[in-house]
Design a protein around this ligand. Structure first.
Ligand code: AMP
Length: 379
């Protein structure tokens, strides 16, 4: 018979409590990676049925409610966020009581597309051409200067392709202006990229960094549908160029945690599209295809533990499950596939989960991806 004391509540070796602002799938996957390492989790989340509901304590409240922030912050060892539209002020309010990583300054910088672009310029990170648009005449001037096609974007609260309209010719300017919902806006020159890449990087409290191999991403209507990692046809020098760009950001911001830099690979070299100061959808493959995944490395970074290797193991693909749940038995019958569901109910276009696929060669990966897409009915 087992010793009954084995069943008494575990006294954690580290007993570090991590607070996460946001309780969506990224928070869920942070907890799934962190619980085996001895972390406990508390989430601040307005939604009453969040993805993280079974994985820690949930303080239900809005991010700018002082009372909710108060009970969320009490007794935490470290706080982080999994949602980039958390108000930077909420983080600043927590800071006197608990270390907050990534540093709130980067959130303020990246929440506004204009300050994000200006940040790239200041650090010498090549980016798309852009013009701020505050009044209707700015749009005309911007189109004169950047030409068409161009993309009109809201400066704040854009994600997954929301808050942006492609202007194919000048005649579409009026309708774009009236549809987008008002300034402040940003007009961007349209980039004819060869492919979209992203770099996931982690920096620890002591300044050490690890970088994952570049990922190739396919978006449809602004939403990530498929990633492949390591991206093919990437020389060590090219990987080094991307890493050098990410390093400038990490060091400038005294960054701690995982960051994703989205890049366009163009004939004229790499252009930064945007930065996400958090674990990222294009890094989900690391759960089954890297030595240490992005979620664990984020937790290691923010809690001052040594970072783990970001090296890839084999060749990975990641397919997002958007809007409808898959045939679970069909997916699990395939070799090399790993299903990750987020505990969310289906709604058109909603991210409900993802599937990581691994092969021992690019050819095996492609054949496994092909079988998976067939099961998902996408082929
Ligand atoms: P974003 O929300 O800015 O990351 O944009 C979502 C997606 O829209 C990107 O991943 C690209 O596929 C596309 N996109 C955004 N900006 C541009 C641009 N300036 N030129 C071409 N495509 C773009």
């Amino acid at each position: 018979m087992s010793d009954p004391s084995d069943r008494s509540p575990a006294r954690s070796v580290t007993s570090q409590v991590v607070g996460v602002l946001g309780g969506g799938q990224l928070g869920r996957m942070l907890a799934l990676a962190g619980i085996p390492l001895g972390f406990r989790f508390r989430f601040l989340e307005p939604n009453p049925e969040p993805s993280v509901r079974d994985l820690g304590e949930v303080v239900q409240g809005s991010y700018d409610d002082p009372a909710a922030l108060e009970s969320f912050g009490a007794g935490l060892d470290v706080a982080t966020y999994e949602f980039e539209n958390v108000p930077a002020d909420a983080l600043r309010r927590l800071e006197p009581r608990v270390p907050v990583f990534p540093p709130p300054g980067i959130l303020a910088l990246t929440q506004d597309r204009l300050s994000e672009k200006e940040g790239f310029d200041r650090l010498g990170i090549p980016t798309t051409s852009y013009r701020p648009v505050d009044v209707r005449s700015d749009l005309e001037r911007g189109l004169d200067e950047l030409g068409v096609p161009a993309i009109l974007k809201t400066r704040r609260f854009g994600y997954d392709g929301k808050g942006q309209i492609l202007i194919r010719d000048r005649a579409e300017a009026d309708s774009a202006w009236s549809r987008i919902g008002g300034p402040p806006l940003l007009l961007e020159g349209f980039v004819r990229f060869r492919r979209e890449l992203s770099l996931i990087a982690a920096r620890g409290r002591d300044g050490t960094t690890v970088m994952y191999p570049l990922v190739e991403n396919r978006h449809e209507e602004g939403i990530l549908v498929l990633s492949r990692a390591p991206a093919q046809n990437v020389s060590p020098a090219f990987q080094g160029e991307a890493e050098a760009l990410a390093l400038r950001l990490l060091e400038d911001q005294s960054y701690v945690g995982v960051l994703a830099l989205e890049l366009f690979d163009t004939e004229d070299g790499l252009l930064a599209n945007e930065v996400a100061p958090r674990v990222h959808n294009s890094g989900h493959w690391t759960q089954n295809g890297a030595k240490i995944c992005q979620f664990e490395n984020h937790l290691r970074a923010i809690s001052g533990l040594p970072l783990g290797s970001a090296a890839a193991e084999g060749f990975s693909g990641m397919v997002n499950l958007l809007g409808k749940l898959p045939d679970r038995a069909g997916v699990l019958a395939l070799s090399g596939t790993h299903l990750h569901l987020y505990g969310k109910s289906p709604r058109p276009g909603r991210k409900l989960g993802h599937i990581n696929v691994r092969g021992s060669s690019p050819g095996e990966l492609e054949s496994r991806l092909g079988s998976l897409l067939e099961v998902l009915g996408e082929k």
